[in-house]
Ligand binder design. Structure first.
Ligand code: 4AD
Ligand code: MG
Length: 431
């Protein structure tokens, strides 16, 4: 019997086929019984008739439990009322993987329990829908940069220099060379690659030993980081808005079914079109004070401030030119107001907060060296990075978009830990 996937049943109407998968539900009304099987490509209902089935097979049905691994053989019948439009008139069934006492039942489970069983919970409809949206977003990211002529450059995960911030590094012993750090960013390396290839990006896991337990922080997350030679801060923001609009558009176009499963309000996503809103940090402080925040000039925006600024907006909003004290060493000083740097954060609407951090890079050797020293970083470990300012320094800009925050926003889920299959958090290393 040919084994077919559930998504292919349409092409086999009238044929006898075998479908392999896992038991979602069973029910029986005495002489007739039903088993819903899922195989990752879809769901199909198998119909069993006691009269027409060998007795052993009927008994096997009686022993089926949730998530039993099962092969069903039968004739593919068109059935409009059935999900997928087809059902299987079962003539044989074979258990290949029993599943006694499956821990995740149709009743409600607490979040902690579900994350402890994440390896099994992944089979549920909601995690499956989120996984498909994440997959689409990753593919859209790669397609966008491919179409725009960027070259993908894979950057190291074991690094010698601190990329962002000394405060949340994971470190490990590295042979005779002392400490190695897990990359917080690939940025410094794509800056070097931009001078070789013009438009480049990296896309991979990044690590931050975040001691905060918020719904926006993981200790391991995926970041995509483009870097473009001769883009200034303004061009950098224009790239971000066309990039984010493209990704959201792709999710809407190709993952409508999954967004529906997640009960996402897609009208809010339809409005995500360039140009995005823009406000300077200095104006944002005034606006926030009007809205009731007590933040003062010089402080970083907190999560509540970000929510407040973006919540009534129909599209994402750029906040640009922050005080240099709250940002990383590599951002270019703003010639019009040296208290600030030429950077931007991109805040998603609906309370999701920062999804992108970006900036024009400091391209002046002396100023960059001074910034490293001010921040207590060892210039020796940045010698190679400083070289980029010694040999043909150039205006360049880039940004980092956090994949999980973006997927959480697109899916409309409250916590980013659901946006990755196996989240890593301060208190979570298993499964
Ligand atoms: O703002 P960040 O720290 O910027 C950088 O790392 C730059 N080197 C990027 C660049 O210019 N090439 O991080 C960028 C984005 C954030 O906006 C956020 O979406 C995500 O990465 N992010 C996190 N996501 C999940 N958990 C965390 N702990 C995150 N930290 C940052
Ligand atoms: Mg940031």
């Amino acid at each position: 019997m040919p084994a077919v996937q559930i998504s292919e049943l349409r092409a086999h109407a009238g044929d006898t086929v075998t479908v392999r998968g896992w038991v979602a539900t069973t029910r029986s009304s005495g002489k007739i019984a039903f088993v819903v099987l899922r195989d990752g490509t879809g769901q199909v209902q198998g119909v069993l008739s006691k009269k027409e089935l060998p007795e052993a097979a009927w008994e096997t049905f009686g022993s089926l439990t949730q998530e039993t691994g099962l092969a069903l053989t039968g004739v593919v019948r068109e059935e409009r009322r059935s999900p997928g439009g087809f059902e299987l008139a079962v003539s044989g069934l074979e258990v290949f993987g029993p599943s006694p006492d499956y821990p995740i039942t149709p009743k409600e489970h607490g979040t902690t329990f579900l994350f402890e069983h994440r390896h099994l919970w992944l089979r549920n409809r909601r995690p499956v829908a989120i996984a498909r949206v994440r997959h689409e977003v990753e593919q859209a990211i790669r397609d966008f940069f491919y179409q725009e002529g960027f070259t993908l450059v894979d950057t190291p995960i074991l690094t010698g220099a601190i990329g962002e911030d000394a405060g949340n590094l994971f470190a490990t012993d590295y042979f005779d060379l002392g400490r190695a750090y897990l990359a917080q960013t690939g940025q410094l390396y794509v800056e070097a690659a931009a001078a070789a290839l013009g438009k480049v990006y990296c896309f991979g896991p990044t690590f931050r030993a975040e001691k905060s337990k918020t719904r926006r922080h993981l200790t391991e997350f995926w970041m995509v980081e483009p870097e473009v030679a001769f883009n200034d801060s303004d061009a950098n923001m224009r790239l971000q808005e066309s990039f984010v609009s493209y990704i959201v558009g792709r999710a809407l176009e190709r993952r409508g079914e999954e967004l529906k499963e997640l009960e996402r309000d897609t009208a809010a996503l339809e409005r995500v079109q360039a140009p995005f809103h823009r406000i300077s940090y200095t104006d944002a402080v005034v606006r926030l004070n009007q809205l009731g925040s007590d933040m003062t000039w010089g402080a970083d925006l907190g999560a509540d401030d970000e929510t407040l600024l973006a919540k009534d907006r129909d599209r994402p909003i750029f906040v640009y030119n922050y005080p240099k004290e709250v940002k990383a060493f590599y951002m270019k000083a703003n010639p019009d107001d040296p208290r600030t740097v030429l950077n931007n954060d991109c805040l998603a609407p609906e309370g999701y907060g920062e999804i992108i951090g970006g900036s024009q890079r400091e391209d002046d050797y002396d100023r960059l060296l001074a910034r490293l020293l001010e921040q207590g970083l060892d210039p020796e470990t940045y010698r190679w990075y400083l070289d980029l300012r010694r040999y043909g320094t150039f205006v360049h800009s880039g940004f980092g978009l956090g994949l999980e925050r973006t997927v959480a926003w697109i899916c409309g889920i409250p916590h980013i830990r659901e946006a990755i299959a196996f989240p890593r958090q301060i208190h979570r290393l298993y499964p």
